[in-house]
Design a protein around this ligand. Structure first.
Ligand code: GLC
Length: 440
C-alpha cells in the first residue's frame, strides 16, 4: 500500500511512461526508441504489449497484430519487422536479402528470431481486458498464429528433439553481448580478407563504450552473411552455424509462453495437448541440461563444445519466472540473488544487474555486461514472487522503479557511475514501469 504522496509520485511516473510510449508509437507498433531502434522488435513488442494491457487494449492488440503481419509461412516470427520510413538504420531490410520464398510479401523482415514474448503479451492483454467479448475474439485470431510460431521453434530449432531450443545468433537472445557468448563469438574465425562494408549506426546516439565492441559486431554481421549463403535454411543454420547455444533465458521464456499458449487455447476452446507436450519437454530439458547442481545455478549451454557456459548472468534466474526449479533450487537462486546480485548503486538498492560486480569481466556501463535492465528485473521480480519470496521481489521492484524515477526511462543503468545509459525514452522500460506499478 502506498501513502497519498507516494501515490501522486506514481501517477506522475505513469504519465511520463505513457508519454514515452506515445512518442515511440508509430501508428501500428511502438519503436523501442525512434532515435536508436526505429523498427519493430519482437520481444520488445511483447513487453510493450504487457504495458499497454493495463491502459490501452487497442494498442496492445495492434502491437501484436503488426508483429504477426511479419510472420513467415513456416511459422517464424522474425526478430525485426522493418518500417520503410527508416531506411537509414543498420542493419536495414536490404542487408538480409535475398529472403526465402516463404518470407512474407510486401513486409520487410529480418531472418532470425527473439524469445516468444508475444505469446505472454497476448495473455496479459486478455487478463487485463475490460471488453471480454472482443478480447476472446482476438485470442481466437491470435491462437493459431502463436501456435504456428511455437511449432516452428520445436520443428526447426530443437536439434536433439529434447525440448531445448537452440539459438544461432546472439541477437536471438536479446542479450547481444552477454558475457555468456563473448568467448564463443570471439572464437569464430573470420576468413582472411573478409572486409566489412557496413557503417555502424548504433554508436551515433550512444557512446561506443556502452555498446558491443567492433570485434563482436563484425561477427554479428558475419554470421548473418553465412546464413544468407545457407539461404536461411533452418536445418543448415543449426547444422553449420559456428554459434549454437541453448540460452537459459530464451528457453525459460518459452516455457512461460507455452503456459500462456495453453491458457489461450483453453479460453478459445482448442485442444491444447501439443503446447502441453512442448511445455513438459522444455521444463524437463532445462532441468537436465542447464541446471548445475554444484553451483546451484542454471547456465546457458554451448552446443559446439557440448558444455555449460558458466557465467551467472541475470538470465540464470529466469527459470524462476517459468516455474521450473523445485523449491530447494529456487532457494539457492534466491540466496545468490540476495547475497551477490545487488547492483550496488547504494546500500539500499537491490535492483539486479545483468551480471554480478564480482565477476572479472563485469562492466558497469557496457550493454549486457553488467548494467541494470528493467526487463530482467521484471522477470526476476515475477519469478521470486511466484516462489513466495515476496519481500525480496518487492524490494527489487521498488529499487528498479527508484532508478527509473531518478534517471529516466533509460535503456539500462550504470550502477557504479550512477547514471542512465544507452538511449533515453526506451519503450520497454516505460511499459514495464506501468506493469510494475499496476500489478500486486
Ligand atoms: C538491442 C537489445 C535487444 C532489443 C533491441 C531493440 O539489440 O539487445 O534485446 O530487442 O536492441 O530494443
Amino acid at each position: 500500500m502506498y501513502d497519498r504522496k507516494e501515490e501522486k509520485k506514481l501517477i506522475t511516473l505513469i504519465r511520463r511512461a505513457r508519454e514515452v510510449l506515445d512518442r515511440n508509437w508509430q501508428g501500428n507498433y511502438t519503436a523501442p526508441s525512434v532515435k536508436q531502434y526505429p523498427h519493430q522488435w519482437s520481444w520488445d513488442s511483447g513487453f510493450i504489449a504487457i504495458g499497454y494491457s493495463y491502459f490501452d487494449e487497442e494498442r496492445a492488440k495492434r502491437e501484436l497484430v503488426s508483429l504477426l503481419k511479419a510472420q513467415w509461412a513456416d511459422g517464424m516470427v522474425p526478430h525485426i519487422r522493418y518500417n520503410p520510413a527508416y531506411s537509414e538504420y543498420f542493419p536495414n531490410a536490404s542487408f538480409w536479402r535475398p529472403l526465402p520464398v516463404y518470407a512474407p510479401r510486401g513486409v520487410d523482415t529480418s531472418c532470425i528470431i527473439q524469445p516468444p514474448l508475444l505469446t505472454i503479451g497476448a495473455l496479459y492483454f486478455y487478463n487485463n481486458a475490460v471488453d471480454m467479448e472482443e478480447a476472446k475474439r482476438f485470442l481466437g485470431y491470435i491462437y493459431p498464429r502463436l501456435l504456428d510460431f511455437h511449432r516452428f521453434l520445436y520443428r526447426e530449432r530443437d536439434p536433439h528433439r529434447d525440448g531445448l531450443i537452440a539459438m544461432v545468433h546472439p541477437w536471438e537472445s536479446g542479450q547481444d553481448d552477454s558475457p555468456a557468448w563473448r568467448d564463443m563469438l570471439r572464437g569464430i574465425p573470420i576468413p582472411q580478407g573478409y572486409a566489412t562494408t557496413y557503417r555502424r549506426k548504433d554508436i551515433i546516439n550512444v557512446p561506443p563504450d556502452e555498446r558491443p565492441e567492433d570485434e563482436l559486431y563484425k561477427r554479428y554481421v558475419y554470421l548473418v552473411e553465412l546464413f544468407k549463403e545457407y539461404g536461411y535454411q533452418q536445418h543448415q543454420m543449426v547444422k553449420d552455424s559456428p554459434f549454437l547455444v541453448y540460452d537459459v533465458l530464451f528457453n525459460s521464456l518459452l516455457c512461460r509462453a507455452n503456459e500462456c499458449l495453453i491458457e489461450i487455447g483453453r479460453i478459445v476452446g482448442q485442444d491444447t495437448l501439443e503446447p502441453k507436450e512442448y511445455l513438459a519437454s522444455t521444463r524437463k530439458a532445462i532441468e537436465k541440461v542447464l541446471w548445475n547442481e554444484e553451483a546451484g545455478m542454471y547456465y546457458s549451454y554451448n552446443l559446439r563444445t557440448s558444455s555449460q557456459i558458466r557465467k551467472p548472468t541475470a538470465a540464470s534466474f529466469s527459470p524462476l519466472f517459468a516455474g521450473v526449479p523445485a523449491h530447494e533450487q529456487a532457494e539457492r537462486l534466491y540466496r545468490y540473488i540476495d547475497r551477490v546480485c545487488q547492483c550496488g548503486m547504494e546500500e539500499t538498492n537491490s535492483a539486479v544487474p545483468s551480471y554480478p560486480r564480482c565477476e572479472e569481466d563485469f562492466s558497469s556501463d557496457r550493454y549486457w555486461m553488467g548494467p541494470v535492465w528493467a526487463n530482467m528485473n521484471w522477470i526476476v521480480y515475477e519469478g521470486l514472487k511466484k516462489y513466495g519470496y515476496t519481500h525480496k521481489a518487492l524490494e527489487i521492484k521498488e529499487s528498479m522503479l527508484e532508478l527509473i524515477k531518478r534517471y529516466g526511462f533509460h535503456e539500462y543503468f550504470d550502477p557504479i557511475k550512477k547514471k542512465g545509459c544507452g538511449i533515453d525514452g526506451f519503450s520497454w522500460t516505460a511499459a514495464l514501469t506501468i506493469a510494475a506499478v499496476c500489478c500486486d
